[in-house]
Design a binder for this molecule. Structure first.
Ligand SMILES: [Zn+2]
Length: 135
């Protein structure tokens, strides 16, 4: 299924169109274009605002899970200082670790919502998206 392949590639920090792995120069620096299929990752101005949104939402969910899980596991003697420290650490570190994934996941979601236009990639790349429409 097209959505599964797109999301899998997004979750594994790869180009959603061709599966290329090396699309980041550094942890925070995504290449402008995929070196294999030539997809421009920022497809429209402000494209990566969606990645910021995904990073924020997922980070909040992870912080909530850590807080609730920590509270449930230690109930009724909540170790407040360790729990607050854990939540703070997760809130500070997780968005940094998740940052590149949020970009590739957002690119995959964007490709699902706005399919490739002709000329966005080198010829032959992305044909599988048209050949296997999601049902
Ligand atoms: Zn690519």
């Amino acid at each position: 299924m097209i959505l599964n392949r797109l999301l899998w590639r997004g979750f594994t920090k790869r180009c959603a169109v061709c599966g290329q792995r090396r699309i980041f120069r550094k942890w925070f620096t995504m290449l402008e274009r995929c070196p294999r299929c030539n997809l421009r990752f920022e497809r429209i101005d402000g494209h990566l605002t969606g990645a910021l949104g995904i990073n924020t939402v997922v980070s909040i969910v992870v912080v909530l899970v850590v807080g609730v899980f920590g509270g449930v596991l230690t109930y009724p003697d909540l170790p407040l200082a360790p729990l607050v420290t854990s939540i703070t650490l997760v809130a500070a570190v997780f968005p940094i670790l998740f940052y590149p994934f949020s970009k590739t996941i957002w690119t995959a979601i964007d490709l699902r919502m706005r399919p490739l236009e002709p000329g966005e990639t080198e010829p032959g790349f992305g044909d599988w998206m048209k050949a296997h429409p999601d049902s």
